[in-house]
Design a protein around this ligand. Structure first.
Ligand SMILES: Cc1ncc(COP(=O)(O)O)c(C=O)c1O
Length: 475
């Protein structure tokens, strides 16, 4: 039976019902299979076809399909699409995926074998990405004549793009800087690497502990000694910082990574005061600043810095998508002059073509619109994740860091993350341990898990939580 017939799938979906649409669609297709209307080996319509046909979002259809895949009603094979499995091979036993063959799972639509709900931190929403606008910006960039996009480009980064970034920083982060204080780099790690090589950063660098191991590793590989500074519930422990013989500190004030606190404004002032009194430098990694869900927005440290003591790092990885590999450094004027001189022998690491496309994207207002849309969407996902955890797991867990960002930590009381991760995987859910972000791994509570939700849709988040609950708590 071909796809043409399948377009005839006509479920009656009740948008007023409390039952999510994806569940209604899932139940309908399941019923059609069990009653034999959809026969063995029948090919189902593609996501695009079915979503267009039923006027639903691709996410909704995908969640329904994934549920059917997970429960063994369907299988997915490369180039052959989704097909109905023979009834005797269906493995719906208490919703478990454990009995499905490895081969079937590895052909499922998701990229990791057996993983149906991947709570990987760093994944972002792709389904709502404004692909049409971005393609147009890329094509327009390609149409640019000469070496502006086909050569190495300005070592500091496209000047007009730096103007757009300066405008964005002023409007949304309160940061006032000139375009010539901005330097592009293809990611935060490259930015840190350049700071080590060119500025250069001093031999000892203070770092939040736990803190982002992606930055810590780069600092260590450049021979820097890391001085761990412990955290309090509201971020960096300033007394502990003051006791250290260190004059440069890397911090994530907008959303402490990985514990998720937001540094209060009083503490920001005190941190700046520390820098002024010690001729210190603060490296402010402002990642996730776009996604704050509670309270008033707090200006960046850089915006409060009257004494040129803050090196600011921004990235497009969360607000746009990671593959664009584009981030930027904002340096105080004096350091910018030194840095500009120092990078003269270096080629710019971000493709001039992508820079030009991003310039078009920002200039045409797409970037601002995209962020506004994503903030709402992530806020909804964030609420659903928190609500689902409270609803399904109750007192057995505690959520850590829920004011901002695209991830949170879960403390599953008196349990071990290794066992929890393995059990969740048996049910098709991938959860992660945050252990490598602790300087001393033995200090990371073994009951902590890290859940990134950016890449999952709302139905997948709830289903993922339900499966973790089933995997961890048998009652
Ligand atoms: C603390 C922190 N900073 C920055 C980034 C972004 O890094 P990049 O710009 O290299 O994608 C991440 C992403 O995981 C992060 O966790």
């Amino acid at each position: 039976m071909g796809c043409g017939k399948m377009i005839g799938l006509s479920p009656i979906l009740d948008k007023q019902s409390d039952i999510p649409i994806y569940k209604q669609l899932y139940s309908y297709i399941k019923q059609e299979i069990l009653t034999g209307t959809l026969r063995e080996n029948t090919r189902l319509p593609s996501l695009r076809q079915l979503s267009a046909h039923l006027m639903l979002s691709k996410n909704t259809v995908e969640t329904a399909y994934q549920q059917l895949l997970a429960e063994g009603y369907l299988q997915s094979r490369p180039r052959s699409g989704l097909r109905v499995l023979p009834l005797e091979r269906m493995t719906l036993v208490n919703g478990s995926v454990a009995s499905r063959s490895k081969e079937e799972l590895s052909h499922s639509r998701l990229d990791k074998p057996g993983v149906l709900y991947d709570f990987q931190y760093g994944n972002v929403e792709l389904a709502k990405f404004p692909m049409k606008a971005w393609k147009k910006c890329l094509l327009d960039a390609l149409g640019t004549e000469g070496y502006e996009v086909l050569g190495y480009g300005d070592p500091q980064g496209n000047e007009q793009l730096r103007e757009e970034i300066a405008l964005y920083l002023y409007q949304f982060r309160g940061v006032s800087c000139a375009p010539n204080q901005i330097f592009l780099a293809s990611g935060t790690q490259i930015a840190i690497s350049l700071l080590c090589q060119v500025l250069p950063l001093p031999s000892r660098v203070g770092m939040e502990d736990p803190g982002y191991d992606g930055v810590r590793t780069v600092l260590m590989n450049h021979g820097r000694e890391i001085v761990p500074i412990p955290l309090e519930s509201d971020g960096l422990n300033l007394d502990a910082l003051r006791q250290q013989a260190v004059r440069t500190v890397y911090v994530t004030p907008s959303h402490q990574f990985p514990l998720g606190s937001v540094l209060p404004v009083q503490k920001r002032s005190q941190l700046l005061q520390w820098a002024y009194e010690n001729e210190g430098m603060i490296i402010e990694d402002d990642y996730d600043s776009e996604f704050r869900y509670q309270g008033q927005p707090i200006p960046a440290l850089k915006a409060m810095d009257g004494g040129d003591r803050v090196i600011y790092l921004g990235t497009f990885s969360k607000s746009f998508f990671p593959a664009v590999r584009m981030s930027y450094i904002v340096l105080p004027e004096k350091l910018a002059a030194v840095f500009r001189q120092g990078i003269r022998p270096y080629s710019q690491s971000v493709s001039p073509l992508l820079q030009k496309a991003m310039l078009n994207f920002m200039r045409d207002g797409h970037y601002e619109r995209h962020i506004r849309k994503m903030r709402k969407l992530y806020q909804t996902k964030h609420q659903i994740l928190i609500k689902s955890i409270h609803h399904h797991m109750g007192e057995r867990v505690e959520i850590i860091g829920q004011k901002a960002g695209l991830h949170l930590l879960l403390d599953v009381h008196n349990r071990d993350s290794g066992e929890l991760i393995a059990r969740a995987l048996e049910r098709g859910v991938k959860a992660y341990s945050p252990i490598h972000h602790w300087m001393d791994a033995s200090l990371c509570p073994s009951s902590y898990l890290m859940l990134g939700f950016g890449g999952l849709n709302e139905g997948q988040i709830e289903e993922g939580v339900i499966r973790m609950k089933q995997a961890w708590f048998s009652d």
